[in-house]
Design a protein around this ligand. Sequence first.
Ligand code: B3K
Ligand code: ZN
Length: 885
Amino acid sequence: MRTDTPQTIFRKDYTPPSYLVDTVELGFDLDPARTIVASRLTLRRNPAATTRGIELHGEDIELVALRLNGKLLGKRDYTLANNLLTIRSAPDDVVLEIETLCAPDKNTTLSGLYVSNGNFFTQCEAEGFRRITFFPDRPDVMAKFTVMLRADKARYPVLLSNGNLLEEGDLDDGRHYALWEDPFKKPSYLFALVAAQLVCQEETFRLADGRDALLQVWVEDGNLDKTDYAMQSLKHSIRWDEEKYGLELDLDRFMIVATSDFNMGAMENKGLNIFNTKFVLANPRVATDIDFQGIEAVVAHEYFHNWTGNRVTCRDWFQLSLKEGLTVFRDQEFTADMIGTATGRAVTRIDQVRTLRQAQFPEDAGPMAHPVRPDSFVEINNFYTVTVYEKGAEVVRMYQTLFGVDGFRKGMDLYFARHDEQAVECDDFRRAMADANNRELGQFERWYSQAGTPVLRFEGRWDEAAQTYTLTLFQSCPATPGQPEKLPFHIPVAVGLLDAAGADMALVVDGQQRGTTAVLELTEAEQTFVFTGVTGQPVASVLRDFSAPVILQGGYTDADLLHLFSHDSDPVNRWEAGQRLAMERLLKLTGEAGANDDAAASLNLDETFIEALRKILVDETLDPAFREQCLTLPSESMVAEQLECVDPLAVHIARQFVRADLGTRLRNELLAQYEANATPGPYSPDAASAGKRALKNLALAYLNAAPDAASVALAQRQFDEADNMTDRAAALSALVAARVPQAADALAVFYDEFQNEALVVDKWFAMQALSPTTDLAAVRALMTHPAFTLRNPNRARSLVAMFCVNNPVQFHAPDGSGYAFWAEQVIALDALNPQVASRLARAMDRWRRYAPALQWQMREALQKVAGQVKLSNDVREIVGKALAN
Ligand code: B3K
Ligand code: ZN
């Protein structure tokens, strides 16, 4: 908690570390109130250093003793200020011995060493290690770690750290010890320990080179019935990385440990991944299809970091996307490969596009806009963003789009050949891709340095006499904070041409056969491409498979979109055409709904649109998962993003109207699909079954958007009879949203049944928080529920963040009460856990877009938070930027 002005750190100010650390020996005497940490470091002067002294970071820890080459140092031998311990003069080779104290049970930030449910865990990325001991806590200092853990044996029977277990045994007084050694050099942010009462599911797994590795999933007693899927996902991930990239597990054992108190999803500590329980625990009774998907993706993501992140790490935190963008891309490809089918891949791609539009494009257009490789930050934890992760993954994907899967693999091989066990920059990855493919990628660097979402436009002209189709592409990029002017990007634009019957034309560009999808490389602000041999007027399908993270504007007529929606062979663009048709209508209806109070009664939807949706809905040749994607409307916040001045109520009325109208006018088809997509027999989370459930439950939701007795009865029956959480939760949500009296009973039954399953209780809170039927008074009432606490991040998010972020119509209540609530909760959370508070703070990012009456109240709330004397750097940076930009 700081009261002074936070300091901005710039990428351009990077200097190499003055000393390198070769070995670290850590000794922990674990005690919740008073843990003693003894550290012995061997350091040597860095030949590349530009500064002289030894600099060690330390935060919220007490220094007990400090020895340099055996000699006890006194206060005059070093300075300790602003969390930096500096020893100004030291010989080239140094052994430092440091003894410190910390209080894990007081640590509510969940960064560093902390206690959760009586067990010890650590979280060190990005700068948590300095909360454990003094150390050059920066990713370009890589050292070999040996760790001795000592703790009470009865209370903490399990003692884990990175790497391999060398020795364990008993001590006096009921204590025991374990000695761990990590054979690989690593930066401090990958250190971890766990001392706990846990049980594990374990298995020996044969690696590609014939070695056997021990795999373990550690959870609290009583949860062993929920670890199968995580274990299975881990084995699939190991196999996939071997086969796809030739990357093997480099340790004898690999451990996953679940904790219920965790700031984010999971953490890739070397050999000892620590996970939020949300991404480990699952069985059909308590977890939904989405939960199963999340577990598979996050287990894979953390495992893949072992190479992209751990073996090759980041030089400094500005390079975060080097590991995150690449690893997200890898987990996305893994998910797609696990499904295997072409439409399955497309459905996962559609999910990625949705995330970009829902979260990344708004970030790129708001006060926190930053390049994939930021130039500055106040608090690095604020930059674990959708831009660094998801846009970063898009940037990596573009290499694969440009060079193909084989070219991409060559680039990856060269990257590892050059940089294994190094801490490098985003530029090093780009150079490896360029060199392996003999391409110049200088302009491509702008994807890393320029913030903002490029806007792509196109104009097509068919020349009947010449039989040519001339496609002109235009790009521009709006200004973002600190970057008024942008230069053109290198954009791969995948294009197909559909004939009048909807079939793909064979493409010839510049005299070259290009199959049915050509990847055009747009590098100028405006560029023209000529397709020859075009015998009829085509409809262009532009940006197939979402080949670049851009906003494609205009260019289509309604007739073009209907043609693409019926025929495009590229499923992503087929879906996209439907989204555009829907968005046009939602925007028009929003305008009408906002015009006057009873405009809502006169809204209507054209038959053409309904008919187009009807055709997709009943097309049995299409996967249910794909049909569900096509029938899902853009969210309220996506609609809001399209508006210069947002009236959340009008957006809500318009979208609810469309949902209800679809429910009424497609009633028979929805009912038929509801029946046809039942999944009898034992539950399985596979993609085909999940797709059926998704379509079935979408049908149920639409039917209940204009609820009649029969639809409500259907939801009630499903709630009563379902044997899996996907169907139960969907039925309960439908009842809650339908505002029927049955909802209260169902909520009570649900809570009663699952009150001992924390993750399901989170769902119970979330379901209510995001329902447009839940107002602020109801949220406040839920906060007094005995199961509610701000101290647990999952719980705080399930109610408070859900309401502020995902319940726009209630959050933006005209009296500003939602904003006052937001300010109150940000302040309360900040005192406990700045990282969680800071995420919530971002709910106000887009305040300048709202109708004036709301805007001023939002600003007041922001000012209230900014005016707090005691505020973390995390929150101060967010609200400061929101008010300034
Ligand atoms: N690398 C961690 C994120 C750490 C966040 C620190 N505030 C999880 C991941 O991306 O795999
Ligand atoms: Zn990651």
